[in-house]
Design a protein around this ligand. Structure first.
Ligand code: DQA
Length: 146
């Protein structure tokens, strides 16, 4: 199946950005690891990052026409602000898993609420880059024929 990983604002800076919260692995390393695992499992995974809300929204609209079976998304700061990005995911009706590197519930109060969690298939927060891998494992399991 075709799978899509979406990273929101500032995640292009992973590796050097607040390593206390986000570790030292780069986005490129996360993406290549996920791509390899998807390929090994017989799937096709693409990764996308943008800092602008409308670019992310348009990418999700396009995914709606591309036979994407599942999305793994870290909306980053847009988690806490963007009804528009949430609405885009709801509009295309592609199932998605929400991932956060840090534990958003253990940080500032403004990070505790997500506009995505109630419509996500599941949420993983606080497990670092492993969270993306676990999300991908869950996607594989969902895509197995019954
Ligand atoms: C984040 C958590 C958000 O609160 C923050 O704005 C991010 C990254 C995470 O992966 O832990 O940019 O989504």
């Amino acid at each position: 199946a075709n799978l899509l990983v979406i990273h929101g604002p500032n995640l292009n800076l992973l590796g050097t950005r607040e390593p206390k919260y986000y570790g030292s692995i780069t986005l490129e390393a996360i993406n290549s690891n996920l791509t390899r695992q998807a390929t090994q499992a017989g799937h096709h995974l693409t990764c996308f990052q943008a800092n602008a809300e409308h670019i992310l929204i348009e990418h999700i609209h396009n995914a709606g026409h591309q036979d994407i079976a599942f999305i793994i998304i870290n909306p980053a700061a847009l988690t806490h602000t963007s009804i528009a990005l949430r609405d885009a995911l709801a509009a295309v009706a592609i199932p998605f898993i929400e991932v956060h590197l840090s534990n958003i519930h253990g940080r500032e109060a403004f990070r505790h609420h997500s506009y995505f969690s109630d419509i996500a298939e599941g949420v993983i927060s606080g497990l670092g880059p492993t969270g993306y891998e676990l999300a991908l494992q869950a996607v594989f399991a969902r895509l197995l024929p019954p």
